[in-house]
Design a binder for this molecule. Sequence first.
Ligand code: NAD
Length: 495
Amino acid sequence: MTRLEHWINGGPTPGDATRTAPVFDPATGAQRVELPLATVEEVDRAVANAAAAAPAWAATSLARRAELLFAARELLHQRRDLIASAVTSEHGKVLSDAAGEVARGIENVEFACGIPHLLKGGYSHQASTGIDVFSLHQPLGVVAGVTPFNFPAMVPLWMIANALACGNTFVLKPSEKDPSASMLIAQAFSDAGLPPGVLNVIHGDRVAVDRLIEHPEIAAISFVGSTPVARSIYERATATGKRVQALGGAKNHMVVLPDADLDLAADAAISAAYGSAGERCMAISVVVAVGDVGDDLVDAIETRLDRVRIGPGTDPDSEMGPLITREHRDRVASYLDVAAGEGADIRRDGRAQRFEGDGFFLGLSLVDRVSPWSRLHREEIFGPVLAVIRVATYDDAVTLINDHEFGNGCAIYTRDGGAARRFQGEVQCGMVGVNVPIPVPVAYYSFGGWKASLFGDSHIYGPEGVHFYTRTKVVTQRWPDPATSTIDLGFPRTR
Ligand code: NAD
């Protein structure tokens, strides 16, 4: 079994912690990695290295930073299969999904390659007589990222690419459940020529995160994970004066209007609800059937369930892999008892499907006629359980979404452009899909939800990422007119 190391000051650094955590291969249930959990002293060492590297990195020219990002992009691209395979072996998602995650992560490095353009400030010549005003975007210093298990390559790249491009140094605390991808990313940046200390990876749990929150040298924290932790980190870290963006959990609705293309909608529901075993913050977990569309829609979804092949992520025939841990699998499965207790119509109970071996597999579940007040609707399940809620009208569907605690993403399926346009204006969510079930913005927009899906005022990556990782300075300057200067400028003066 491998023992993973931290990545401090440009290379692997063995952890001296006595506390460790097991990292499993979810497809077999076997432990594959022993992970050191950082002590406060180790976090301090990583932050001290990042702080020492910060002045030189902030002074590095935009041209050189862009050159390094281009080189890192090339290496990440060349090593994409290796990174995807590390994701599959620890997260469990199928290789094609893992490859997609790596590609979407690399998009952020591609965006950050444009940093010379992105950091251009404003300039006002002659704002007042003889006075010019301009703005600069300067780095914050040392910034930290804390990331979730479900996108162990993409989410770190959401943060690292822009944070480094803007001239900050970075300390990443990846999920302790699937930490290996972050080491491959750190290696790629190092091989691209990133100076030691600019990017550090520290493995750990709450002890490490708590230290990052209170550490006086950390200027900002980007967090992505569950809502209770996001809320707590936001409250505690802002109280210490840090800039914080904390993205939380989700419950994403897909509204299907009576005029929708039902085959398109049913295909989308299958891929968006069960892809990556439902462990996506943008997964569709509730289908909202409007008017009389419910019976046909639920039938169309149910007939597609048997076509989804569940198996190890390394098997090219698998379309869905296992869940992240045994405990999480059992927690997800427990929602079927909740559904039965509430009298919902369980069209498919995923627990009935049997799997060989000790992997953390669970079959697909489809629960119809779920009440809006049910825990199946109110809580984030984060697994392959799709709830269907039937409502009478479009307005009822929008009210259902807007009354929900979360507001990450949502989608509408319709052929009516006017209805779609109303929906995009009225719905209280950060990301909206029109006949697109998982509307994750491309890297040159920004990603983020509303309500309990995001704490802070900045979405992540894209233009808002550049804004988050910089602070603006406005310079107002006056220089004497050469005509009135007493210094010999070497050319004739006119008076
Ligand atoms: P999590 O909140 O359990 O863990 C996220 C990170 O926080 C990990 O690095 C973990 O070590 C750390 N952490 C956990 N408990 C902590 C505590 N008490 N104090 C300090 N740090 C702590 O989330 P997860 O289970 O890894 O990921 C799944 C969750 O992330 C889901 O809720 C999902 O919706 C959410 N998520 C949201 C987005 C988004 O963009 N909104 C994206 C991906 C995942």
